[in-house]
Design a protein around this ligand. Structure first.
Ligand SMILES: Cc1cc2nc3c(=O)[nH]c(=O)nc-3n(C[C@H](O)[C@H](O)[C@H](O)COP(=O)(O)OP(=O)(O)OC[C@H]3O[C@@H](n4cnc5c(N)ncnc54)[C@H](O)[C@@H]3O)c2cc1C
Length: 505
């Protein structure tokens, strides 16, 4: 059999603007494409059936694009390192092409095994940078510049009909042998192709956002009800790779030039930068999966309360906006940024619980889960990074401001929707007589609040401000600033459109 190259798909489920695929195509050898649904990751504490559904939809789209060439994409139910070991032992595998993965410890350990395997079998494993994240950095001094130059590079284009050819007999032998050892994934009918995650829908979503929906982006970004319409909702396509960040960036910069009102798109483009910024942070300090970025906070919030966890995950804390968010994310996989930050802040600050107890639940819920964004954001919203502002959100204030008409509350908490609007936000304020009048009983029809918001927030702020002076927190702050921020940061010219992440309360 002729030596061949393997393109290993991970969170990059597309055929276009794919540097690894582009390089494999140029290699003059037959190319086989591989994707693995890995039990290792599916059973991991952050894995979920919802993530798998997103991957399946994207793969169905890719198969459709391949048409008669479908036999070149092999999709298996197996850990990738086991499949690669088998291929390396049985077949003349010459080169392995993939994007770098910035995942959890488990995928890092798997990649280490693949590295050893590639050395043992002299397989040339070429890993390409993904979405502007750089591996092996010790500081961020030159990172902004390198991100921008990555984003401005021309997109790589693939002509699928030029697929580097196999001899039919060889490909059949390889597929048959693989079939004896591994379970092939059977593509199912796409039940809702118009709404599925695939490249066609993602491109349409991007265009619709840039042409129309971005108007009102800044105005509505914090609102749980209207953000669905005015935010891009591209995070799922970016998480699983139906779109590359680079193509979204370039289309957005183009739209920006045309736009009359530029501030919405500038705010959006800043967030594309944050996407990579957070993953870069995680890449440079992977222990964030398990422990506080700032070690000085390790003594904080060590006691777990399982009753709180149950109430929070079920949306039964008795604080309407928190409960509406938790029910919404469970049902849909989506929450806007502000509400994600608010439910995490509620968990860590007002319930005073360790973030580690809640981080996996939301990871499983989010259809756009990306470890490199999720863990650093979780820690930031839990105030354990030391260097960021303390963010103790008041969920009642957020409710009154960000869902003033109660539309989001009414959608997710129908049991409150017959109450006057003010009591939908704060049902505990109903007197006994009013409860009788509205045929509503706090504790029966809707839970009494788990905590008093004002005193819990006061306690959290006091504790967190005390910690700011802790000697280890201060030492760690210095270390973190040196490693994760730009030394002597110059003020960027606004045309460069990079704003530092911040959040108000
Ligand atoms: C606790 C917590 C966990 C989060 N976990 C994830 C996650 O697992 N995956 C994920 O993609 N985002 C995560 N975010 C960031 C953010 O909430 C989502 O990216 C955003 O809500 C997705 O909606 P959108 O695509 O409409 O965003 P838009 O506002 O349209 O932004 C466009 C893109 O920019 C990026 N982006 C936007 N906001 C942020 C941000 N604050 N930080 C980093 N990148 C950002 C995303 O890729 C997003 O798709 C998390 C935020 C918090 C507070």
């Amino acid at each position: 059999m002729q030596a061949f190259n393997l393109i290993w798909f991970k969170r990059d489920l597309r055929w276009q603007d794919h540097d690894a695929l582009y390089a494999a195509f140029k290699s003059q050898k037959p190319v086989l494409a591989l994707f693995c649904f890995e039990p290792l990751l599916e059973k991991h504490n952050d894995g979920s059936a919802r993530h798998r559904k997103m991957q399946e939809q994207a793969l169905i789209g890719m198969l459709r694009e391949l048409g008669p060439l479908q036999k070149h994409l092999i999709i298996l139910e197996a850990n990738a390192d086991e499949v690669l070991t088998f291929l390396a032992n049985e077949f003349p595998l010459a080169g392995l092409f993939s994007h770098q993965e910035h995942g959890v410890q488990a995928s890092y350990q798997r990649d280490k095994k693949v590295k050893q395997l590639s050395i043992k079998h002299q397989i040339n494993w070429q890993e390409f940078a993904h979405n502007g994240v750089v591996r092996g950095l010790s500081n961020r001094n030159a990172w902004d510049e390198s991100w921008r130059s990555y984003m401005q590079k021309p997109l790589t284009k693939i002509e699928l009909n030029d697929w580097p050819q196999w001899k039919d007999k060889d490909l059949l032998t390889l597929r048959n042998k693989l079939q004896l050892h591994f379970k092939f994934w059977q593509a199912k009918e796409d039940s809702n192709p118009n709404r599925s995650l695939n490249r066609y829908n993602s491109i349409n979503g991007l265009e619709a956002f840039l042409q129309k929906e971005a108007h009102g982006y800044q105005k509505h970004i914090g609102e749980p009800f209207y953000s669905k319409q005015h935010c891009s909702r591209l995070s799922v396509a970016l998480a699983w790779g139906s779109l590359s960040l680079r193509e979204v960036y370039q289309s957005s910069m183009h739209a920006l030039q045309m736009a009359e009102r530029k501030s919405d798109l500038k705010a959006f483009i800043s967030r594309l930068h944050w996407h990579s910024h957070f993953i870069q942070k995680f890449e440079m300090e992977m222990r964030m999966e398990f422990e506080n970025l700032n070690r000085g906070y390790n003594s904080l919030r060590t006691k777990s309360n399982p009753h709180y966890l149950e109430a929070w995950t079920k949306g039964e804390t008795g604080i309407p906006l928190v409960d509406a968010c938790m029910r919404a994310v469970r049902a849909t996989g989506y929450l806007n940024f502000r509400m994600r930050a608010m439910v995490v802040s509620f968990w860590s600050h007002l319930l005073w619980q360790p973030w580690q107890d809640a981080v996996h639940y939301l990871a499983q819920c989010f259809s756009d889960y990306i470890p490199g964004i999720h863990y650093p954001q979780f820690q930031m919203q839990s105030s354990v990074t030391g260097i960021n502002a303390i963010r103790v959100y008041n969920p009642v204030k957020q409710s009154l401001e960000k869902d003033a008409e109660g539309k989001f509350l009414q959608k997710w908490l129908p049991e409150l929707s017959h109450l006057p609007l003010a009591f939908q936000h704060e049902p505990w304020k109903l007197s006994a007589m009013e409860q009788q009048f509205y045929n509503f009983q706090l504790g029966r029809d809707y839970p009494a609040p788990l905590i008093d918001v004002n005193s819990a927030a006061h306690f959290a702020r006091e504790e967190l401000w005390k910690m700011k002076q802790d000697p280890l927190v201060l030492v760690e702050n210095k270390r973190i600033l040196k490693k994760h921020t730009v030394a002597n940061r110059k003020v960027h010219h606004r045309s460069q459109i990079i704003m530092k992440p911040k959040a108000s309360k």
